[in-house]
Design a protein. Structure first.
Length: 270
């Protein structure tokens, strides 16, 4: 099931006037006992974006992963516009399954305005675009199924469970099968494809999952081709007691910063 088909199903329902969208995502997007968090956040955001409409740019998206989502079971998404002002729109969404909340998301949109203030991003990288993917191969019952939807190339750091001393990663990512176009929903799914960087410090497999996730989208930025690679650089700010905190920068293929990501994750290694 391609990501375009999933996002299109949400769009068609809400564009036709439905109060909520109900979708089913197949097992190819699964991650252990739940759906891959990136696709869950992407479809929730897609419902938000349709309700907001065009003309306002996504500035931030805060997602809480409340409970697991079963693959191939209906997932309902409800959207509430909390406030739509002259410049900013604030939106709340809930994704539910079996009458239980699985995801909550708060999105902030803002129009472009004239301003005398301009501060350029000063964080860059000097890594060349990859020639091919080189991340985790598909190993049944060990590697999450959703990774087949992405090409990933690691440059710095190690793959999970290699007993590395570092807790940071630099790599590249794109869809293994290019979508028709890259939207914010596609970028959301891409960014979450990387595992928590601390997993490379372990010697044996251990489950981990996102608890909360905040994304900030940087504007303006260039148009992005569907086949483009995105650069991803993540560092662990702190980890202890089974929880960790990460910060990441995401650049387009030409080295322009397009998003900042911050996550709280859990890891069960004992």
């Amino acid at each position: 099931m391609h990501i375009d088909d999933i996002l299109s199903a949400v769009q068609q329902q809400l564009a036709n006037g439905a109060d909520k969208a109900t979708i089913q995502v197949d097992k190819s997007w699964s991650q252990g006992r739940t759906l891959f968090g990136g696709i869950s956040a992407a479809v929730t955001y897609q419902a938000i974006a349709i309700k907001v409409g065009e003309g306002r740019l996504l500035r931030s998206l805060s997602t809480s992963f409340v409970g697991p989502i079963s693959a191939e079971q209906p997932l309902s998404i409800e959207v509430e516009i909390l406030r739509q002002g002259k410049n900013v729109t604030q939106v709340l969404a809930k994704a539910m399954q079996d009458d239980a909340v699985c995801i909550t998301a708060l999105a902030s949109f803002g129009v472009e305005r004239s301003s005398k203030i301009k501060v350029d991003n000063l964080q860059f990288h000097d890594h060349q675009l990859p020639k091919r993917a080189n991340f985790i191969p598909q190993i049944p019952k060990l590697v999450p199924k959703f990774l087949r939807h992405f090409d990933m190339a690691i440059v710095e750091g190690k793959m999970p469970f290699m007993a590395n001393d570092a807790s940071a990663i630099f790599g590249w990512m794109r869809f293994s099968k290019a979508p028709k176009q890259i939207t914010d929903a596609h970028i959301i799914a891409l960014i979450d494809s990387w595992p928590p960087p601390v997993l490379q410090m372990l010697r044996w497999p251990a489950p981990a999952s996102s608890l909360s996730w905040n994304l900030e989208f940087i504007h303006p930025h260039r148009d992005i081709a569907a086949t483009d690679w995105f650069a991803y650089q993540v560092k662990t700010r702190q980890a202890a007691d089974g929880y960790g905190h990460t910060e990441a920068n995401i650049w387009d293929a030409k080295g322009e910063l397009i998003a900042i990501s911050r996550q709280v994750f859990t890891v069960f290694d004992s």
